[in-house]
Design a protein around this ligand. Sequence first.
Ligand code: SME
Length: 148
Amino acid sequence: MDYINAEQTIKKLLLKEQKSTAFQKIVDVLYDSFEKYNWVGIYFVKGNELVLGPWKGKQATEHTTIQLGMGICGAAAKTGKTELVDDVSKDGRYLSCFLSTRSEIVIPIKKMNVVVGEIDIDSDMSAAFNKSDVIFLEKVADMLSQHI
Ligand code: SME
């Protein structure tokens, strides 16, 4: 699926699904639509932690809660800026989840400029994420923020 179709599918899911099922279905759409998205999860900010919500991937992560400021996820939550890491082995902040991961992108979900959650995607490909992924995923994060 391409970015435009995926965006339309996600928009429709948010309109017709209950909040409790929409987020899992959106994670599934992201994972199923792009071969390079090898693990997709949504974390929610609860106090000074990120708590894992819906996810899809071959394996579960041990990082189901992450302190704000820790790892790439915690960094994005703290600064409110998208984190794009082309080579996770060269980023000292990286919290390892899967041996196969080469690159990672984390997109904050913001409500009135406050980070309320984030989309975290791991890829088994180095430098898997480009400008189109950033634009697309920031749009998705924006759509999700209206439903948190
Ligand atoms: N790698 C992340 C931790 C979450 S797992 O990728 C699912 C990080 O460095 O914050």
